[in-house]
Design a protein around this ligand. Sequence first.
Ligand code: ADP
Ligand code: MG
Length: 174
Amino acid sequence: MKMRKRPNVLLTGTPGVGKTTLGKELAQRTGLTYVNIGDLAQEGQLYDGYDEEYQCPILDEDRVVDELDEKMVEGGAIVDYHGCDLFPERWFHIVFVLRTDNTQLYTRLESRGYAGKKLQDNVQCEIFQTIYEEAMEAYSEEIVHQLSSNTPEDLERNLEQIVQWIEQWMKDHN
Ligand code: ADP
Ligand code: MG
């Protein structure tokens, strides 16, 4: 039996914009597999050193890519990560960059326990649209889309739009 082809979706954006919330619900609704790069790295200890400034381990990007490649070639993954230029371009059929107003993001990150430089840097990352620019550099511009992620209504609309896109992609490719 031939497996139905399924697309790979990248959800990216500054920490706190809502990637995990969207990705998990999207996986529920579509049957695609949710992949959280942070969790994957943690489970496999896919690290290469420690960042003293940010007090966090440094991702071993090559090992992350090796670990996931087989699954990505197969298709049907929703990948969640706050960066996007470490992945092979060929992996993704569509890239969504979630965006949140900075006052809103500040509140979300603060309630997550972020403070000081870590809080400032992440809010600044959003203000400077760092991840959006990274995505536009790393992928073909036609597949990169920004999504507002400020309210529960935004979340629902984003879910519906992506579910629809996935269904259409599967019709077109099977
Ligand atoms: P990320 O995975 O990008 O760091 P999360 O999915 O963990 O972000 O979301 C961060 C916080 O923002 C959570 O408390 C979540 O409930 C909230 N949140 C996510 N998306 C929305 C949205 N569209 N509207 C309001 N709150 C949201
Ligand atoms: Mg997350």
